[in-house]
Design a binder for this molecule. Structure first.
Ligand code: NAD
Ligand code: DAU
Length: 331
Protein backbone atom coordinates (compact mmCIF):
# COMPACT_ATOMS: atom_id res chain seq x y z
CA UNK A 1 0.00 0.00 0.00
CA UNK A 2 1.03 3.61 -0.59
CA UNK A 3 0.49 5.45 2.72
CA UNK A 4 0.47 9.25 3.07
CA UNK A 5 1.07 10.28 6.69
CA UNK A 6 0.36 13.93 7.54
CA UNK A 7 2.18 15.26 10.61
CA UNK A 8 4.60 12.33 10.43
CA UNK A 9 7.50 14.36 11.91
CA UNK A 10 5.58 15.08 15.14
CA UNK A 11 5.32 12.90 18.23
CA UNK A 12 2.63 10.32 17.40
CA UNK A 13 3.13 10.59 13.64
CA UNK A 14 6.88 9.80 13.84
CA UNK A 15 6.18 6.81 16.09
CA UNK A 16 3.52 5.73 13.56
CA UNK A 17 6.10 5.93 10.76
CA UNK A 18 8.50 3.74 12.81
CA UNK A 19 5.68 1.31 13.56
CA UNK A 20 4.66 1.10 9.89
CA UNK A 21 8.23 0.53 8.69
CA UNK A 22 8.66 -2.26 11.28
CA UNK A 23 5.32 -4.02 10.77
CA UNK A 24 4.49 -3.36 7.10
CA UNK A 25 7.72 -3.70 5.17
CA UNK A 26 5.98 -3.68 1.77
CA UNK A 27 4.16 -0.36 2.26
CA UNK A 28 5.60 2.79 0.73
CA UNK A 29 5.47 5.84 2.96
CA UNK A 30 5.24 9.56 2.19
CA UNK A 31 5.26 12.02 5.10
CA UNK A 32 3.70 15.46 4.62
CA UNK A 33 4.74 17.80 7.42
CA UNK A 34 5.01 21.60 7.67
CA UNK A 35 7.93 21.17 10.11
CA UNK A 36 6.50 23.56 12.70
CA UNK A 37 8.22 24.02 16.09
CA UNK A 38 6.61 20.67 17.11
CA UNK A 39 8.30 18.63 14.37
CA UNK A 40 11.73 17.08 14.41
CA UNK A 41 13.40 15.69 11.31
CA UNK A 42 15.76 13.70 13.53
CA UNK A 43 12.79 11.71 14.87
CA UNK A 44 12.80 10.07 11.42
CA UNK A 45 16.59 9.52 11.12
CA UNK A 46 16.38 5.76 11.69
CA UNK A 47 13.84 5.29 8.86
CA UNK A 48 15.01 8.03 6.48
CA UNK A 49 15.90 5.60 3.67
CA UNK A 50 12.40 4.06 3.82
CA UNK A 51 10.31 7.23 3.50
CA UNK A 52 9.85 10.33 1.39
CA UNK A 53 9.53 13.52 3.47
CA UNK A 54 7.59 16.34 1.81
CA UNK A 55 7.83 19.63 3.68
CA UNK A 56 4.54 21.44 3.16
CA UNK A 57 1.23 22.60 4.59
CA UNK A 58 -1.81 20.33 4.82
CA UNK A 59 -3.87 23.42 3.92
CA UNK A 60 -1.96 23.84 0.60
CA UNK A 61 -4.66 22.55 -1.76
CA UNK A 62 -2.45 22.10 -4.85
CA UNK A 63 0.25 20.18 -2.97
CA UNK A 64 -2.27 18.04 -1.09
CA UNK A 65 -4.16 17.23 -4.29
CA UNK A 66 -0.95 16.03 -5.97
CA UNK A 67 0.07 13.83 -3.02
CA UNK A 68 -3.41 12.38 -2.46
CA UNK A 69 -3.76 11.51 -6.16
CA UNK A 70 -0.74 9.25 -5.75
CA UNK A 71 -1.67 7.32 -2.59
CA UNK A 72 -3.98 4.52 -1.39
CA UNK A 73 -4.64 5.85 2.11
CA UNK A 74 -4.10 9.03 4.10
CA UNK A 75 -3.51 8.84 7.86
CA UNK A 76 -4.09 12.36 9.13
CA UNK A 77 -2.10 13.30 12.25
CA UNK A 78 -1.12 16.88 11.28
CA UNK A 79 -2.47 19.38 13.79
CA UNK A 80 -1.62 22.08 16.25
CA UNK A 81 -1.80 19.90 19.36
CA UNK A 82 -1.05 21.83 22.57
CA UNK A 83 -3.89 23.25 24.69
CA UNK A 84 -1.72 25.90 26.39
CA UNK A 85 -0.64 27.28 23.00
CA UNK A 86 -4.25 27.41 21.85
CA UNK A 87 -5.05 29.66 24.84
CA UNK A 88 -2.21 32.03 23.86
CA UNK A 89 -3.03 32.16 20.10
CA UNK A 90 -5.88 30.08 18.64
CA UNK A 91 -5.38 31.18 15.04
CA UNK A 92 -2.98 28.42 13.81
CA UNK A 93 -5.34 25.88 15.40
CA UNK A 94 -8.25 27.12 13.28
CA UNK A 95 -6.08 27.19 10.16
CA UNK A 96 -4.41 23.77 10.47
CA UNK A 97 -7.01 21.72 12.33
CA UNK A 98 -10.07 23.02 10.48
CA UNK A 99 -8.89 24.42 7.12
CA UNK A 100 -6.19 21.73 6.83
CA UNK A 101 -8.67 18.91 7.42
CA UNK A 102 -11.15 20.50 4.99
CA UNK A 103 -8.40 20.70 2.34
CA UNK A 104 -7.55 17.05 2.82
CA UNK A 105 -11.20 15.99 2.70
CA UNK A 106 -11.72 17.74 -0.62
CA UNK A 107 -8.67 15.93 -2.06
CA UNK A 108 -9.67 12.45 -0.83
CA UNK A 109 -13.17 13.11 -2.14
CA UNK A 110 -11.86 14.05 -5.61
CA UNK A 111 -9.57 11.02 -5.83
CA UNK A 112 -11.71 8.46 -3.91
CA UNK A 113 -8.89 7.78 -1.46
CA UNK A 114 -9.36 6.17 1.98
CA UNK A 115 -8.79 8.44 5.00
CA UNK A 116 -8.17 7.72 8.65
CA UNK A 117 -8.61 10.83 10.79
CA UNK A 118 -6.72 11.00 14.10
CA UNK A 119 -8.55 12.80 16.87
CA UNK A 120 -8.72 13.18 20.60
CA UNK A 121 -10.92 12.34 23.58
CA UNK A 122 -10.93 16.06 24.41
CA UNK A 123 -13.80 16.57 21.93
CA UNK A 124 -16.06 15.14 24.67
CA UNK A 125 -15.12 17.82 27.21
CA UNK A 126 -14.46 16.59 30.74
CA UNK A 127 -15.95 14.36 33.45
CA UNK A 128 -16.30 15.03 37.17
CA UNK A 129 -13.59 13.40 39.30
CA UNK A 130 -16.14 11.14 41.03
CA UNK A 131 -18.25 10.35 37.94
CA UNK A 132 -18.31 6.57 37.29
CA UNK A 133 -18.93 7.19 33.57
CA UNK A 134 -16.33 7.12 30.82
CA UNK A 135 -16.46 8.53 27.26
CA UNK A 136 -18.12 6.30 24.64
CA UNK A 137 -18.80 6.90 20.92
CA UNK A 138 -22.29 8.09 22.00
CA UNK A 139 -21.03 10.83 24.37
CA UNK A 140 -22.06 14.30 23.06
CA UNK A 141 -19.32 16.65 21.86
CA UNK A 142 -18.59 19.39 24.44
CA UNK A 143 -15.05 20.69 23.82
CA UNK A 144 -13.55 23.20 26.27
CA UNK A 145 -10.45 24.78 24.69
CA UNK A 146 -9.70 26.33 21.29
CA UNK A 147 -7.59 23.21 20.57
CA UNK A 148 -10.34 20.73 21.39
CA UNK A 149 -12.99 22.85 19.65
CA UNK A 150 -11.01 22.80 16.40
CA UNK A 151 -10.45 19.02 16.72
CA UNK A 152 -14.20 18.55 17.33
CA UNK A 153 -14.91 20.66 14.24
CA UNK A 154 -12.48 18.58 12.18
CA UNK A 155 -14.25 15.36 13.28
CA UNK A 156 -17.61 16.83 12.27
CA UNK A 157 -16.23 17.79 8.86
CA UNK A 158 -15.08 14.19 8.34
CA UNK A 159 -18.49 12.83 9.36
CA UNK A 160 -20.25 15.23 6.97
CA UNK A 161 -17.96 14.29 4.06
CA UNK A 162 -18.68 10.60 4.72
CA UNK A 163 -22.43 11.12 4.78
CA UNK A 164 -22.79 13.77 2.04
CA UNK A 165 -20.10 12.70 -0.40
CA UNK A 166 -19.46 9.04 0.40
CA UNK A 167 -15.87 9.67 1.48
CA UNK A 168 -14.31 6.43 2.78
CA UNK A 169 -13.15 7.53 6.21
CA UNK A 170 -12.81 6.32 9.79
CA UNK A 171 -12.13 8.41 12.91
CA UNK A 172 -10.34 7.55 16.15
CA UNK A 173 -10.44 9.55 19.38
CA UNK A 174 -7.56 8.64 21.66
CA UNK A 175 -6.63 9.57 25.22
CA UNK A 176 -3.31 11.10 26.40
CA UNK A 177 -0.26 9.54 24.74
CA UNK A 178 3.24 9.29 26.18
CA UNK A 179 6.49 7.76 24.94
CA UNK A 180 9.60 8.69 22.94
CA UNK A 181 9.81 11.77 20.65
CA UNK A 182 7.10 13.71 22.54
CA UNK A 183 7.67 17.46 22.52
CA UNK A 184 8.98 18.76 25.86
CA UNK A 185 6.16 21.31 26.14
CA UNK A 186 3.87 18.39 27.14
CA UNK A 187 3.39 17.29 30.77
CA UNK A 188 5.41 14.06 31.07
CA UNK A 189 8.47 15.03 28.99
CA UNK A 190 8.47 18.52 30.52
CA UNK A 191 8.81 17.07 34.04
CA UNK A 192 11.40 14.45 33.03
CA UNK A 193 13.56 17.03 31.23
CA UNK A 194 13.16 19.47 34.12
CA UNK A 195 14.68 16.91 36.48
CA UNK A 196 17.41 16.08 33.94
CA UNK A 197 18.15 19.84 33.63
CA UNK A 198 18.26 20.50 37.39
CA UNK A 199 14.93 22.40 37.30
CA UNK A 200 11.96 21.77 39.57
CA UNK A 201 8.93 20.07 37.94
CA UNK A 202 5.78 22.20 37.61
CA UNK A 203 2.29 21.03 38.55
CA UNK A 204 -0.73 23.07 37.45
CA UNK A 205 -3.04 23.92 40.38
CA UNK A 206 -3.52 21.13 42.93
CA UNK A 207 -2.62 18.38 40.43
CA UNK A 208 -5.92 16.56 40.86
CA UNK A 209 -6.85 16.57 37.16
CA UNK A 210 -7.05 13.04 35.76
CA UNK A 211 -5.74 11.93 32.39
CA UNK A 212 -6.11 8.44 30.84
CA UNK A 213 -2.56 7.56 29.74
CA UNK A 214 -1.75 5.26 26.83
CA UNK A 215 1.64 4.35 25.38
CA UNK A 216 2.04 5.77 21.87
CA UNK A 217 2.80 2.29 20.44
CA UNK A 218 -0.59 1.02 21.67
CA UNK A 219 -2.30 4.01 20.03
CA UNK A 220 -0.55 3.34 16.73
CA UNK A 221 -1.28 -0.40 16.77
CA UNK A 222 -4.95 0.50 17.31
CA UNK A 223 -4.89 2.89 14.33
CA UNK A 224 -3.65 0.10 12.02
CA UNK A 225 -6.30 -2.23 13.47
CA UNK A 226 -9.00 0.32 12.59
CA UNK A 227 -7.57 0.87 9.10
CA UNK A 228 -7.47 -2.88 8.47
CA UNK A 229 -10.75 -3.93 10.07
CA UNK A 230 -12.81 -0.83 11.00
CA UNK A 231 -16.18 0.01 9.49
CA UNK A 232 -16.21 2.98 7.10
CA UNK A 233 -17.92 6.00 8.68
CA UNK A 234 -17.41 4.70 12.23
CA UNK A 235 -15.73 6.33 15.20
CA UNK A 236 -13.49 4.26 17.51
CA UNK A 237 -12.32 5.37 20.95
CA UNK A 238 -8.77 4.35 21.88
CA UNK A 239 -7.68 4.05 25.51
CA UNK A 240 -5.80 1.64 27.77
CA UNK A 241 -7.52 2.10 31.17
CA UNK A 242 -4.61 4.27 32.31
CA UNK A 243 -6.34 6.83 34.54
CA UNK A 244 -4.09 8.69 36.99
CA UNK A 245 -4.09 12.20 38.35
CA UNK A 246 -1.23 14.56 37.52
CA UNK A 247 0.16 14.49 41.06
CA UNK A 248 0.35 10.68 40.99
CA UNK A 249 2.12 10.70 37.60
CA UNK A 250 4.59 13.34 38.76
CA UNK A 251 5.31 11.50 42.02
CA UNK A 252 5.99 8.30 40.07
CA UNK A 253 8.43 10.18 37.79
CA UNK A 254 10.18 11.68 40.83
CA UNK A 255 10.48 8.29 42.50
CA UNK A 256 11.83 6.64 39.33
CA UNK A 257 14.37 9.48 39.02
CA UNK A 258 15.50 9.19 42.67
CA UNK A 259 14.06 12.60 43.67
CA UNK A 260 12.21 13.48 46.90
CA UNK A 261 8.40 13.10 46.55
CA UNK A 262 7.82 16.83 47.16
CA UNK A 263 10.55 18.19 44.84
CA UNK A 264 8.21 20.18 42.61
CA UNK A 265 6.35 23.54 42.46
CA UNK A 266 2.64 24.21 42.21
CA UNK A 267 2.15 26.83 39.47
CA UNK A 268 -0.72 28.83 37.94
CA UNK A 269 -3.51 26.56 36.75
CA UNK A 270 -4.54 26.29 33.07
CA UNK A 271 -7.58 28.43 32.19
CA UNK A 272 -10.65 26.22 31.74
CA UNK A 273 -8.58 23.17 32.78
CA UNK A 274 -10.51 19.96 31.97
CA UNK A 275 -10.93 17.90 35.15
CA UNK A 276 -10.93 14.31 33.97
CA UNK A 277 -10.77 12.25 30.76
CA UNK A 278 -11.61 8.52 30.72
CA UNK A 279 -12.10 6.27 27.69
CA UNK A 280 -14.33 3.24 27.32
CA UNK A 281 -12.57 1.38 24.49
CA UNK A 282 -14.82 -1.69 24.56
CA UNK A 283 -15.98 -1.22 20.93
CA UNK A 284 -12.39 -1.38 19.71
CA UNK A 285 -11.61 -4.34 21.97
CA UNK A 286 -14.70 -6.44 21.23
CA UNK A 287 -15.45 -5.61 17.58
CA UNK A 288 -11.88 -5.36 16.29
CA UNK A 289 -9.96 -7.49 18.83
CA UNK A 290 -7.40 -4.82 19.82
CA UNK A 291 -5.82 -4.76 23.28
CA UNK A 292 -2.95 -2.68 24.69
CA UNK A 293 0.48 -4.30 25.05
CA UNK A 294 2.08 -1.57 27.24
CA UNK A 295 -0.63 -0.91 29.83
CA UNK A 296 1.76 -0.79 32.84
CA UNK A 297 2.13 2.99 33.23
CA UNK A 298 4.99 2.76 35.74
CA UNK A 299 7.04 0.53 33.41
CA UNK A 300 6.22 2.79 30.46
CA UNK A 301 7.31 5.86 32.41
CA UNK A 302 10.60 4.16 33.35
CA UNK A 303 11.27 3.44 29.63
CA UNK A 304 10.34 7.00 28.69
CA UNK A 305 12.64 8.48 31.35
CA UNK A 306 15.47 6.31 29.97
CA UNK A 307 14.74 7.53 26.42
CA UNK A 308 14.93 11.23 27.40
CA UNK A 309 18.10 10.59 29.44
CA UNK A 310 19.73 8.80 26.50
CA UNK A 311 18.63 11.34 23.87
CA UNK A 312 19.43 14.72 25.43
CA UNK A 313 20.58 16.16 22.08
CA UNK A 314 17.05 15.53 20.71
CA UNK A 315 15.45 17.94 23.22
CA UNK A 316 18.09 20.13 24.92
CA UNK A 317 18.14 22.82 22.19
CA UNK A 318 14.48 23.69 22.80
CA UNK A 319 14.48 23.57 26.61
CA UNK A 320 15.38 27.19 27.50
CA UNK A 321 12.86 28.70 25.10
CA UNK A 322 10.02 26.43 26.24
CA UNK A 323 10.70 27.14 29.93
CA UNK A 324 10.96 30.90 29.26
CA UNK A 325 7.56 30.81 27.56
CA UNK A 326 6.01 28.94 30.49
CA UNK A 327 7.66 31.30 32.99
CA UNK A 328 6.02 34.31 31.27
CA UNK A 329 2.63 32.64 31.95
CA UNK A 330 3.53 31.91 35.58
CA UNK A 331 3.76 28.21 34.77
P1 NAD B 1 2.61 17.12 17.59
O1 NAD B 1 2.34 18.56 17.87
O2 NAD B 1 3.74 16.45 18.27
O3 NAD B 1 2.82 16.91 16.03
C1 NAD B 1 2.03 17.55 15.07
C2 NAD B 1 2.75 17.49 13.73
O4 NAD B 1 1.91 18.14 12.75
C3 NAD B 1 4.09 18.25 13.72
O5 NAD B 1 5.08 17.47 13.09
C4 NAD B 1 3.78 19.51 12.93
O6 NAD B 1 4.91 20.02 12.20
C5 NAD B 1 2.71 19.00 11.97
N1 NAD B 1 1.89 20.11 11.45
C6 NAD B 1 1.34 21.12 12.17
N2 NAD B 1 0.70 21.98 11.34
C7 NAD B 1 0.81 21.46 10.09
C8 NAD B 1 0.35 21.86 8.82
N3 NAD B 1 -0.36 23.00 8.66
N4 NAD B 1 0.64 21.10 7.75
C9 NAD B 1 1.37 19.96 7.88
N5 NAD B 1 1.86 19.54 9.06
C10 NAD B 1 1.57 20.27 10.16
O7 NAD B 1 1.23 16.37 17.89
P2 NAD B 1 0.96 14.89 18.39
O8 NAD B 1 0.88 14.88 19.85
O9 NAD B 1 1.86 13.96 17.67
O10 NAD B 1 -0.55 14.71 17.85
C11 NAD B 1 -0.77 14.19 16.53
C12 NAD B 1 -2.27 14.05 16.32
O11 NAD B 1 -2.83 13.21 17.31
C13 NAD B 1 -3.03 15.38 16.43
O12 NAD B 1 -4.05 15.37 15.45
C14 NAD B 1 -3.63 15.35 17.82
O13 NAD B 1 -4.82 16.10 17.88
C15 NAD B 1 -3.90 13.86 17.98
N6 NAD B 1 -3.91 13.34 19.35
C16 NAD B 1 -2.87 13.57 20.18
C17 NAD B 1 -2.87 13.00 21.46
C18 NAD B 1 -1.71 13.20 22.42
O14 NAD B 1 -1.80 12.76 23.56
N7 NAD B 1 -0.60 13.79 22.02
C19 NAD B 1 -3.95 12.21 21.87
C20 NAD B 1 -5.02 12.02 20.98
C21 NAD B 1 -4.97 12.57 19.72
O1 DAU C 1 -6.42 13.75 25.80
C1 DAU C 1 -5.71 13.82 24.60
C2 DAU C 1 -4.92 15.12 24.56
O2 DAU C 1 -3.83 14.96 25.46
C3 DAU C 1 -4.41 15.45 23.15
O3 DAU C 1 -5.51 15.71 22.32
C4 DAU C 1 -3.49 16.68 23.18
O4 DAU C 1 -2.94 16.90 21.89
C5 DAU C 1 -2.37 16.40 24.17
O5 DAU C 1 -1.53 17.55 24.27
C6 DAU C 1 -2.94 16.06 25.54
O6 DAU C 1 -3.64 17.21 26.12
P1 DAU C 1 -3.47 17.62 27.66
O7 DAU C 1 -3.76 19.06 27.77
O8 DAU C 1 -4.17 16.66 28.53
O9 DAU C 1 -1.87 17.31 27.82
P2 DAU C 1 -0.68 18.13 28.53
O10 DAU C 1 0.53 17.26 28.41
O11 DAU C 1 -0.57 19.52 28.07
O12 DAU C 1 -1.13 18.17 30.06
C7 DAU C 1 -1.48 16.97 30.76
C8 DAU C 1 -1.97 17.37 32.14
O13 DAU C 1 -0.88 17.89 32.90
C9 DAU C 1 -3.01 18.48 32.12
O14 DAU C 1 -3.96 18.22 33.16
C10 DAU C 1 -2.23 19.74 32.41
C11 DAU C 1 -1.13 19.25 33.33
N1 DAU C 1 0.18 19.95 33.25
C12 DAU C 1 0.72 20.19 32.04
C13 DAU C 1 1.96 20.78 31.93
C14 DAU C 1 2.60 21.07 30.58
C15 DAU C 1 0.85 20.26 34.44
O15 DAU C 1 0.36 20.04 35.56
N2 DAU C 1 2.09 20.83 34.34
C16 DAU C 1 2.69 21.11 33.13
O16 DAU C 1 3.83 21.62 33.12
Amino acid sequence: MRVLITGGAGFIGANFVHHTVAHRPDDSIVVLDAMTYAASESSLDAVRDRIELVVGDVADAALVDKLVADTDIVVHFAAESHNDNSLRDPSPFVQTNLVGTFTLLEAVRRHSVRLHHISTDEVYGDLELDDPQRFTPQTPYRPSSPYSATKAGSDLLVRAWVRSFGVQATISNCSNNYGPYQHIEKFIPRQITNVLSGLRPKLYGAGENVRDWIHVDDHNAAVWTIIDRGRIGDTYLIGADGEANNKQVLETILELMDQPADAYDHVTDRAGHDLRYAIDASKLRTELGWSPQHADLRAGLADTIRWYADNQSWWSGAKDEIEARYARAGQ
